[in-house]
Design a protein around this ligand. Structure first.
Ligand code: GTP
Ligand code: SPV
Ligand code: MN
Length: 594
């Protein structure tokens, strides 16, 4: 047998996958810059990557995916457990044997004439207690280069893997990028992920949603920890003390922006700072001190480009000025740099859009997505170390202690700016009833309200009811548990404009949250939880009336009552395994609403 990794258990599996996919060559990714540079050059020569202006954007490249392949495909994502009940009603399910057989046909011979790259990677610090290892086999250089940014890759990972048992086996083939035969399949009982016929983001960077959320949530349930769709940030007070918050918002609902926020002028002057630990995924464990500790298992950011600018998120923008891969943004031919809607008001006049066509800026209409130069879900893949506000704890294998967990989503009405749950059990309930308007991050209609518990609806690798039970259970195991809150930056007025300024000003809400955690501020008890007194949210320097803030902090009882009906339907859909405790919470909420 040919030695690739020199770990027999792993090499055997590689040979088996190679026998099926039949690549011309197998190349081990060693994590060196020389090899990465070779791959970039190769991708440029075939047109897979476009090299951007190296004076303005050193180390930066542009990639365009197929037009039919621009977002995660939830309808084609499967959890393949031996028993259907274990995947639950919210996930798509296929029997493992059936799925393996079906996908084997699609994989067979799919790498003929191509190279299979073997990527050994770690989620979390190599060698740390939190770390979990995987190998992704792929025939895409784009995937290799993205994984090099998003995860920790190299031979040192193989060294840390020992005999290899327990590693996550990932297989990805581009095949024909045929959407009718696109499958993103997870076999949590076999530590296996199979992805075929896509070349986009969350479908193919298998360390991210597939491993760090779907497989990891399953492992977390089994092993007593949590894998969540959460950003992690630290707020530094003028006295130097830093407190950490993790927050779960659905895709394209503001995690990257919050994680890198710039404090409003009043706070900056007073000496407050914000540090980013992670922008998408958190792995959480109970520490020896009884607190909940979090790491970001990733090593980079796969962030939404549109809307990112010098004012909304200067940190993200700065992070993307070197060593970045842009996907499906527009190419400004005059400067050989990138552009997207919301970057600035200088529409490029000589420009190629995300589909690779000449873009006519005179036809651009902000309200018509089909006239956009960049795809609404276009992204940047950038290294965490390039982020100006990266936390000094980013590489700390122990992670950071979490004071508050924050849930949130896009709700034009119903949800107030912020409220606090009564306790962990109620907080779990608040997470379970989260809802948000859908975005371009997943294929399908945009702007439809759907329930998205803990922002994990597309990412729980097992039954949703069991997942909620795990949350309730974890609460009992954390002696000094974080307090749980809910926020909504997206309430709109009758004309559909956002009422709350959002972005950096969200810090005003985070400081109220942390003050609550320390028992430093009173709150109003309402039917849904504790709500701030308007005086306790600092609006100094904001162009917003006290009356408007009061309005943002009201509980619209009528719309909550309508929501209750929808929650009941959703719980019924989740099915038999919804914990009784959550039904008790639901009934109590209904009674409090009157
Ligand atoms: P994923 O990477 O898909 O998980 O997305 P995300 O949750 O990290 O969302 P991101 O921070 O990239 O923001 C998505 C969109 O929401 C962007 O267009 C932002 O400009 C917008 N956005 C973020 N924060 C705010 C906010 O506080 N207010 C408003 N109105 N829009 C925001
Ligand atoms: C999300 O959709 O939540 C993302 C982008 O972070 S993807 O990696 O495509 O899942
Ligand atoms: Mn995400």
């Amino acid at each position: 047998m040919k030695e690739i990794t020199k770990i027999p258990y792993i090499d055997e599996w590689i040979q088996e996958m190679a026998a099926m996919t039949q690549p011309d060559r197998i190349v081990l990714i060693d994590g060196t810059e020389a090899q990465a540079e070779d791959l970039r050059a190769q991708a440029v020569s075939t047109g897979e990557l476009t090299k951007l202006n190296q004076d303005l954007l050193p180390g930066c490249y542009l990639h365009r995916t197929a037009i039919n392949d621009v977002a995660r495909v939830e309808g084609r994502t499967f959890i393949c457990t031996s028993k259907k009940e274990d995947a639950g009603n919210i996930n798509n399910w296929m029997a493992p044997a059936e799925c393996y057989a079906k996908l084997s046909k699609l994989y067979t011979g799919s790498m003929k004439g191509r190279t299979m790259y073997v990527i050994p990677y770690s989620m979390g610090q190599v060698g740390s207690d939190f770390a979990k290892y995987g190998i992704e086999l792929t025939d895409s250089i784009y995937v290799v280069l993205n994984m090099l940014i998003m995860t920790r890759v190299g031979l040192h990972v193989l060294d840390a893997m020992g005999d290899g048992k327990g590693f996550i086996k990932g297989l990805h083939a581009r095949a024909d990028i045929d959407e009718e035969n696109r499958y993103i399949c997870h076999f949590p009982e076999d530590n296996t992920i199979w992805s075929v016929n896509s070349g986009y983001g969350g479908n193919v960077l298998l360390g991210k949603k597939c491993f760090a959320l779907r497989i990891a949530s399953y492992l977390g349930k089994k092993e007593g920890w949590m894998a969540e769709h959460m950003l992690i940030l630290g707020i530094e007070y003028p006295d130097g003390e830093i407190r950490y918050i993790s927050a779960a918002f659905p895709s394209a609902c503001g995690k990257t922006n919050l994680a890198m926020l710039i404090p409003p002028e009043v706070y900056k002057k007073a000496g407050y700072k914000v540090w980013c630990v992670g922008d998408d995924i958190a792995w959480l464990r109970v520490g020896k001190d009884g607190r909940l500790w979090a790491i970001n298992p990733e090593n980079g950011f796969f962030g939404v480009a549109p809307g990112t600018n010098e004012h909304s998120n200067p940190n993200a923008l700065h992070t993307t000025t070197k060593n970045t891969i842009f996907t499906n943004v527009a190419l400004d031919l005059d400067t050989n740099t990138v552009w997207w809607e919301g970057l600035n008001n200088d529409l490029p006049h000589n420009c190629i859009d995300w589909k690779g066509n000449v873009w006519d800026y005179t036809k651009f209409d902000k309200k018509d997505k089909s006239t956009c130069a960049a795809h609404p879900n276009s992204r940047f893949t950038a290294m965490a170390v390039n982020c100006p506000c990266l936390s000094s704890e980013f590489d700390n294998p122990a992670g950071v202690p979490i004071s508050a967990i924050v849930f949130g989503g896009r709700r034009a009405k119903t949800a107030p700016l912020v409220y606090q749950s009564f306790d962990w059990q109620h907080g779990t309930f608040v997470g379970s009833i989260m809802a948000s308007e859908t975005t371009a991050a997943a294929a399908g209609a945009v702007g439809v309200v759907r329930r998205d518990p803990m922002a994990m609806r597309p990412f729980v690798g097992y039954d949703m009811g069991d997942y909620w039970a795990h949350w309730l259970d974890m609460g009992k195991k954390i002696p000094n548990a974080p307090k749980i809150f809910h926020v909504n930056w997206f309430r709109t007025d009758d004309e559909g404009h956002f009422i709350w300024p959002g972005f950096g000003d969200n810090m005003r809400v985070l400081l109220w949250i942390l003050a609550r955690c320390e028992g430093k501020v009173e709150a109003k008890e309402t039917a849904i939880g504790y709500i701030p007194y308007a005086d306790d949210i600092n609006i100094e320097g904001l162009d917003i009336d006290k009356a408007v803030l009061e309005e943002l902090l009201t509980v619209d009882v009528a719309s909550w009552k309508t929501d209750i009906e929808n929650i009941k339907e959703f719980y019924a859909q989740v099915g038999e395994r919804v914990p009784a405790e959550l039904y008790t919470q639901l009934k109590a909420l209904e009674e409090r609403l009157g």
